[in-house]
Design a protein. Structure first.
Length: 69
């Protein structure tokens, strides 16, 4: 697991096992999302990815495409 710091959120499954969202590959949808660089979205995005880990298709109702420069 990553080093414990006071400002890093920690995630646990229903059995109390700690989960590390850094070990879950970011789906393409996340990499193209405008919210991907927003620190205030880190927790909900990580929870969504952890919840869908192992699923065939990733879905996100909060997805917003990045704007073209």
């Amino acid at each position: 697991m990553r080093g414990d710091t006071a400002d890093q959120p920690r995630y646990f499954d229903d059995d109390g096992a700690e989960l590390d969202p850094e070990l879950v590959e970011k789906p393409a949808l996340c990499r193209s999302c405008a919210k991907g660089d927003d620190p205030s979205e880190e927790i909900p995005c990580a929870l969504n990815r952890l919840d869908q880990q192992g699923e065939i298709e990733f879905e996100c109702d909060a997805y917003e495409p990045k704007r073209s420069a």
